[in-house]
Design a binder for this molecule. Sequence first.
Ligand SMILES: NC(=O)c1ccc[n+]([C@@H]2O[C@H](COP(=O)([O-])OP(=O)(O)OC[C@H]3O[C@@H](n4cnc5c(N)ncnc54)[C@H](O)[C@@H]3O)[C@@H](O)[C@H]2O)c1
Ligand SMILES: [Zn+2]
Length: 344
Amino acid sequence: MPDNIAFSSSPEVDLKNFLGSRTFSKISVLSDTNTARHCYPVIKNALPPHKVITIQDGEEFKTLETCEFIWTKMTEHQLDRHSVLIIIGGGVLGDMGGFCAGTYKRGIDFILIPTTLLAQVDASIGGKLGIDFLNFKNHIGIFQNPVFTLLHVGFLKTLSNSQKRSGFAEVIKHALISDRETWNAIRKTKFEDLAWDEVVKHSVSFKQRVASEDPKERGLRKILNAGHTIGHAIEAYFLSCGKPILHGEAVAAGLITECFLAVKRKMLDEPVFHEIRDYIFQIFGKVEFDASEVERISNFTLQDKKNKDGKILSVLLEGVGTAKYDCEISLDEVRKAVDYYRSA
Ligand SMILES: NC(=O)c1ccc[n+]([C@@H]2O[C@H](COP(=O)([O-])OP(=O)(O)OC[C@H]3O[C@@H](n4cnc5c(N)ncnc54)[C@H](O)[C@@H]3O)[C@@H](O)[C@H]2O)c1
Ligand SMILES: [Zn+2]
């Protein structure tokens, strides 16, 4: 693990130590309405004089307009090229705040303090930053790493259960593509009894390893898209009907459907699939839709970002700990998998 990623039980102390080891000319903090209330007070006293920028929470604010607001505030705060932006919040804030810092005066340093499970195990690791544009997710962005990432599971206490579960889908994904030992440890422990520090540590070190081997997602990093081909289709379909579901709920359904598809191709053993399916259903329940919606959901895979030359590409599991990326799948296979999920 790089030494600029810290797992911390005393965020105030560790942040203070990091800041003491550097000379930043000015500090601004970026928070959203929720993290300003629940998380910023935890680190406030560690900071020398600084100003706070607070934006509205939610994906709908991950826009160029909000960036203009943030850049304006950074300018008003007179941040120069030796300043630092401390971003305390979920994945929306990390992606957008990092993008604002990475482009302000051609790039200033930023510190990430992720406060949702999703941001801790996924969004804060790997250097992808950006915003949504013209209804396309993460359409405009850059790759840049923070100078420091402070991971403190204590922040998860104020997170809603649904948000926690949503981030947990990425934990399940990481366990399934990394190793059997972690997968067993997770599924054999009750959700309420999970040791979050251990869970986050494993996910972070796994994602960090994969992302550092293939930072620009030319090959290996693609395995992190497991569950995300059909998952994104389900998420996009429900969004298009005005009944949005959480990303993690869609990914959980995506993992089941893509594993079903892997079984049909004789890549994955049926008992392993049943283990995965039963555990995910137990944690997430089922995203409900009827037979008449299967076609429309499946068609969304044709628009997946990962597709190449009109081919639908996905990550398929060959077993727990072994995933294959760039597997071409047919629309018919997707339909069958989505229909299986509906009736399971
Ligand atoms: N860069 C990457 O590699 C990467 C990877 C995965 C996801 N993402 C991005 O992450 C975003 C989703 O992140 P998210 O799920 O964290 O969403 P989010 O940032 O919108 O946070 C979810 C909600 O929780 C609130 N919140 C945050 N921390 C809290 C806390 N400790 N207590 C109480 N409430 C809190 C937020 O205000 C918000 O309302 C998406 O935009 C997605 O594109 C990026
Ligand atoms: Zn995801």
